[in-house]
Design a protein around this ligand. Structure first.
Ligand code: HEM
Length: 442
């Protein structure tokens, strides 16, 4: 018996990067900007143009994200990267307005609402092509998660040309949503965009969602995310959202819920393909579970643990970047208005301080009653800006993985993927697999 392969990990630099190297690295693999020492320490401080403090411990992470969240808004470079797409969304318009909208849409991502989407998600997964010859699983998984979030937010009759939207979205991610030198300086937003970013596929992305919004405004009310955004009236002044605000909030859901879910599923496919014994155990668990849409939550603990372990090894948002609004002390270090505070979820999730054999794929860490509850596990963040789609994302991953494992056996068919991605931690280079129908494996 060979030991299972060590899952791919980010190539972290030995020393802190200079500013040009940091920007170049962040454009290719934003996970790899931290020195490797952060995997063995609670924090690291340095300076590249501005002072920075990188945190990899749950106590200070909670202080920044939860207890003192009001004093740690997202840093401007991150906002500048997403402003062209999400300018009118609640991600950027905070304060009372942002909190109110966030509360309005939350019920659409509850456990009950997620389970309601179960049969549709299962149908989408069943219709996903899984060739017998070697294929890059990221292609079908990206299309699947894009369809899922569009259908959930706008209803399955949204009319969006999904392949065209996917191409435009890929163009946005590869050409526009990458850190540039201008993002690091304080220029007025319009000037940064004029100097640094061409609109590229943005008009097409906006135009496609504009059509969905306008059609729905004529068609009348419906109980989905789009319907809720259109019907929402501010509790204090009765103001309705304008069509552009509705559109940008839908684009926020797509940006936040599509690549993150595709990344998780892609890595999970690779991990299961390279750990066939665990894959067999999950398949047996799924086969033994009742087939109702809620059962995938209650009757498949190992599947849930596989997803958590995937999110530990590959948190799709591998770091959260904040800028203090005033002086403070974190991890014994002074920080101020000019500092960057970076919570590295990747380093915390793989830290020798909090996990045994941190680079190994061991789902049993998360088996209920055995290893769950480690405070150094925060893939969906925590606090007022934490992921509102966390429950849906977990449920969606469970439904899709269980549907796929019930159809085929996954085996590796190429070199391991490498970590990459500017906004989210993606398996780059492809997740090369073969998918053998179960009828042919007995
Ligand atoms: C595995 C999948 C996912 C992961 C790991 C994930 C993770 C996260 C994290 C860490 C944040 C916090 C960002 C920050 O603090 O700067 C976040 C925010 C957000 N997520 Fe997710 N997410 C996932 C899927 C989804 C889905 C399916 C949706 C569906 C709509 C969604 C919607 C959002 C939104 C709207 C925000 C912004 C919240 C705010 O600013 O108040 N996410 N997500």
């Amino acid at each position: 018996m060979f030991p299972p392969p060590v899952p791919p990990k980010a190539e972290l630099p030995r020393r802190p990067l200079s500013l040009p190297a940091l920007i170049a690295t962040a454009r290719q693999d934003s996970t790899a900007i931290f020195p490797a020492a952060l995997l063995r320490q609670s924090h690291l401080a340095g300076r590249s143009l501005w002072p920075w403090l990188a945190l990899a411990n749950p106590v200070d992470a909670r202080a920044v994200l939860l207890d003192r969240a009001r004093h740690y808004p997202p840093a401007k470079p991150v906002e500048r990267m997403v402003r062209p797409l999400l300018g009118e969304s609640f991600f950027l318009k905070r304060g009372e307005e942002g909190a109110w909208l966030r509360r309005r849409i939350l019920p659409h991502f509850s456990t009950r609402a997620s389970i309601g989407h179960g049969p549709h998600l299962r149908r989408l997964a069943a219709a996903t092509p899984l060739p017998r010859t070697p294929f890059d699983a990221m292609g079908p998984l990206r299309t699947l998660t894009l369809r899922a979030i569009l259908d959930i937010c706008c209803g399955p009759d949204h009319g969006v040309d999904v392949p065209r939207f996917a191409r435009a979205f890929d163009g946005y991610l590869s050409r526009i949503a990458r850190l540039g030198p201008l993002d690091m300086v304080n220029l007025p937003p319009r000037l940064t965009e004029t100097l640094g970013r061409r609109p590229g596929p943005l008009p097409d992305l906006r135009g496609q969602i504009d059509s969905v919004v306008h059609r729905r405004m004529k068609d009348g009310p419906r109980d989905d995310v789009l319907g809720t955004l259109i019907a929402a009236r501010h509790p204090r002044n009765g103001r309705a959202l304008g069509p552009e605000e509705v559109r940008d909030n839908i684009l926020l859901m797509i940006l936040a819920g599509h690549e993150t879910s595709a990344s998780t599923l892609g890595w999970a496919h690779w991990l299961l393909a390279t750990h066939p014994e665990i894959q067999d155990r999950v398949r047996a668990e799924v086969a033994a579970a009742p087939s109702g849409p809620a059962d995938v939550l209650s009757a498949t603990p190992l599947l849930g643990a596989v997803i958590d372990e995937t999110l530990r090894l590959y948190p799709p948002l591998s770091m959260l970047v904040r800028r203090p609004s005033g002086r403070d002390t974190l991890a014994g270090c002074p920080v101020g208005r000019h500092s960057f505070v970076l919570v590295s979820l990747y380093a915390m999730h793989r830290s020798e301080c909090y996990w045994q054999d941190p680079d190994a794929f061991r789902p049993e860490r998360f088996t209920p009653g055995v290893g769950a509850g480690n405070p150094a596990f925060l893939p969906f963040s925590i606090g007022p800006r934490s992921c509102p789609g966390a429950t849906l994302a977990h449920y969606e991953a469970r439904v899709i993985l269980s549907a796929i494992l019930s159809r085929v056996r996954l085996s590796p068919a190429g070199p391991p993927p490498v970590t990459g991605g500017a906004l989210t931690l993606q398996p780059t280079g492809g997740v090369w697999l073969t998918a053998t129908p179960l009828s042919q494996t007995a």
